[in-house]
Design a binder for this molecule. Structure first.
Ligand SMILES: [Zn+2]
Length: 202
């Protein structure tokens, strides 16, 4: 059996909310082995994601939250791969701003574990940036995928609708700073960091 690994792409497009639009670069993370994988977030460009999947069976499309720059091509990716879309149900109002005529397939639940290529992906509900924001902790790989909840340099933005600045700080403190310090943080935008490095600024 091949070893579980992380593959990555950056895809460029826009993020719109509250009547404003911004240019953004999003990370796409793919966890798996040579046979199967899980895709974390589906921004902008389905071909860019399929290039990282590279012919493997996609078992799930896991959305860290439903801002349009993270879910825009999720239905198209589902069509191409026949994989279910997973989203925390608290992000329904955000999902509906982007996708009015189709839903995701499976609700994510706090503390739920998904298995891929022998590794356990643990879902942590971390509301604040969005009500249904989740992080995905992979103990076997010593890393956590934080979406827009935690970046290099601090917490994700909470200035727009459906965000809450106090809640994101509580989520980070309770759910992320409790992870081992050397846990690598793979973010939704920009560079990696570690839990220890971010704990120092929080
Ligand atoms: Zn976001």
């Amino acid at each position: 059996m091949s070893r579980v690994r992380i593959d990555h792409a950056v895809s460029s497009g826009t993020f719109s909310l509250d009547g404003e639009t911004f240019e953004v670069d999003n990370n796409v993370w793919v966890i798996g082995d040579d046979e199967e994988c899980v895709v974390i977030d589906a921004p902008h460009d389905v071909d860019a994601i399929m290039a990282v999947v590279a012919g493997r069976r996609v078992k799930a499309i896991l959305c860290t939250h439903a801002h349009d720059d993270h879910v825009r091509v999720a239905p198209e990716l589902r069509e191409r791969t026949h994989a279910p879309i997973l989203l925390h149900p608290a992000d329904k109002p955000l999902w509906e701003l982007t996708h009015t005529d189709e839903l995701w397939d499976v609700d994510l639940e706090d503390e739920q574990t998904l298995k891929i290529a022998g590794a356990a992906l643990k879902v942590l509900h971390t509301p604040g940036h969005a009500p249904g924001a989740v992080c995905v902790y992979v103990h076997d790989l010593g890393c956590v995928f934080t979406g827009d909840t935690l970046f290099q340099g601090g917490p994700g933005a909470t200035g727009r609708s459906f965000s809450d600045a106090d809640l994101i700080k509580d989520s980070i403190r309770a759910r992320l700073l409790s992870l081992p310090e050397d846990t690598v943080v793979h973010t939704g935008h920009g560079a990696d960091t570690t839990i220890g490095a971010e704990a120092a600024h929080l």
